[in-house]
Design a protein around this ligand. Structure first.
Ligand code: AHG
Ligand code: MN
Ligand code: MN
Length: 359
């Protein structure tokens, strides 16, 4: 049936009608979808379009850039800079915020994005994505880095595109989380997954288990209990998945439930996590919360964090409410020393502070 379908633009106009963001935010998100269609076309052509492989360049985080990282970054900038809707943009692939050319009118929003998430998967033809976050600028003039450092709770819209067997956009403007599928023949995103909800319980978790020895004890405890399954404290078996594209792992959780973790680890002690707050953790946390899930560092709500730097990293654990709350309990027990076998060394038996230690 081609008639009577709800396109993404119609859906956004209806959701935003009567709000202070009504015209411009919908128009900006439509510009983002134009970039997404370009990126979808490039990822689908793959080797035939000459799009695979790496460049000689590195981004500000010292990661080798793939050709598609840079092309996707250019696609988002070119789609969104001209329309008088944004005042500035910031991206994983740019050291500093992007300054709009003088010729273009300045708008009311700041756009922050990860143009291609999971780029280690490009050359092996596994799903990748684009993540975006929209903030209000709230003043006139040229945005500086400080203007982008706003808690995720202030986002007015956020979402991601996933380039999988089909291309989908999943987004929120603070009124639930909704999914749209690209109809390639017509070129429109069609509402196919309205009002997504993440079940409160799950038996599926996602984590890069090769980092296990670098995790903190509360995460080691949680994963050990999941792996012990029916024979352990949890009393039921768990399943594990890891795609190494956050977008794809998160999409699975929105479709069928689960928990995703990229916790703090000691592999690179200078980095307090792998994922970036402004263009990975915050937009995904907004989408997850609007679908009834929880997004946490293990110790704090992600959307409440005050960012300190554009490319700041944070620990991320998100998904099924009861599982994330359990992880937060394990962190509290560890931090307070009440979790005996897993507690901080300072509080363990025979340590300075324990009864046995003082005896
Ligand atoms: P990006 O490609 O934008 O740098 O992000 C990759 C991130 C995230 O998508 C994924 O969950 C994680 O890195 C994968 O990390 P590992 O390589 O440690 O599995
Ligand atoms: Mn990413
Ligand atoms: Mn990326």
């Amino acid at each position: 049936m081609l008639l009577g379908r709800t396109t993404l633009s119609k859906f956004l106009i209806e959701q935003l009608r009567g709000t202070e963001d009504q015209a411009d935010l919908a128009a900006l998100l439509v510009d983002v979808t134009a970039a997404v269609k370009t990126i979808a076309s490039m990822t689908a052509k793959g080797a035939l379009g000459g799009y695979l492989g790496s460049l000689d360049s590195e981004n500000v985080q010292g990661e080798t850039q793939k050709k598609l990282d840079v092309l996707s970054n250019d696609a988002v900038i070119q789609s969104c800079e001209w329309g008088g809707l944004v005042a500035g943009m910031a991206s994983e692939e740019l050291d500093e915020p992007y300054r709009l050319p003088r010729a273009f009118e300045r708008g009311a929003y700041l756009l922050v994005f990860d143009p291609l998430d999971g780029s280690s998967n490009i050359d092996v033809n596994v799903s990748v994505g684009t993540i975006f976050s929209v903030l209000r600028f709230g003043r006139v003039g040229e945005p500086t880095t400080a203007d982008f450092l706003r808690p995720g709770a202030e986002q007015v819209a956020a979402g991601y595109a996933i380039y999988g067997p089909s291309t989908m956009m999943v987004l929120t403007v603070g009124k639930g989380t909704h999914g749209f599928t690209l109809d390639r023949e017509i070129g429109n995103f069609i509402l196919t997954h309205p009002d997504l909800k993440i079940p409160e319980d799950t038996s599926e978790f996602a984590i890069n288990a090769s980092n296990e020895r670098f995790w903190e004890p509360p995460v080691q405890r949680y994963v050990a209990e999941c792996k012990a399954g029916r024979t352990g404290d949890r009393g039921r078996d768990f399943n594990m998945r890891w795609i190494a594209s956050m977008v794809a792992d998160v999409h699975r959780i929105l479709m069928r439930g689960g928990v995703f973790m990229y916790p703090k680890d000691t592999k690179e002690p200078a980095k307090p996590g792998r994922l970036r707050l402004l263009y990975e953790a915050n937009p995904i946390a907004f989408v997850i919360e609007q679908a009834g899930g929880v997004a946490s560092t293990g110790r704090a709500r992600i959307l409440a964090l005050q960012p300190e730097a554009l490319h700041q990293r944070v620990p991320v654990m998100l998904g099924a409410r009861n599982e994330i709350e359990r992880l937060e309990r394990y962190h509290r027990a560890y931090d307070s020393g009440t979790d005996k076998p897993f507690a901080s060394p300072l509080f363990r038996d025979r340590s300075l502070y324990s009864a046995e230690g003082r005896a």
